[in-house]
Ligand binder design. Structure first.
Ligand code: SF4
Length: 133
């Protein structure tokens, strides 16, 4: 399963790298974004990542668990306190999407007009830098 943006997780097939055969490990921890993509997708909750100090204090652990419509973050503090926070992750049933919900119909013909894309009431832009196709 490939989920890591840096392809950091590696399976130690014979145990020569970690002394734990058939266990995966982060081959370059200093390159880890701590994005939690691997943690969220692991079906066994086997991956634990140190989180930023502004989210949890030193020594605490964080374990996210996804369901079809929510994610629950369990934080274990070093004094033993456990707190859980659950947030919705979908506004539509799993497998469906409503990309224009609440925003009206898209004006698809405006996509090819650079001037409209970059100046329509948000910010101005020198569209002369774009190459017309
Ligand atoms: S948390 Fe680190 S190892 Fe896991 S997917 Fe993100 S960058 Fe890769």
């Amino acid at each position: 399963m490939y989920t890591c943006p840096h392809d950091l997780m590696k399976l130690d097939i014979d145990g020569s790298a970690t002394s734990h055969a058939m266990k995966a490990y982060n081959q370059e921890p200093e390159q880890c974004w701590e994005c939690y993509a691997c943690v969220k997708i692991c079906p066994r909750n086997a991956i634990e990542v140190r989180h930023y100090a502004d989210v949890v204090p030193l020594g605490a652990s964080v374990q996210p668990v996804r369901s079809s419509n929510s994610i629950t973050w369990t934080i274990k503090f070093r004094n033993g306190t456990v707190k859980r926070f659950e947030f919705p992750v979908r506004t539509t049933p799993e497998g469906s999407a409503a990309p224009y919900a609440g925003h009206g119909d898209a004006a698809l013909d405006e996509l090819s007009d650079h001037g409209t894309l970059f100046t329509k009431g948000t910010h101005s832009c020198d569209s002369s830098q774009f190459i017309e196709s």
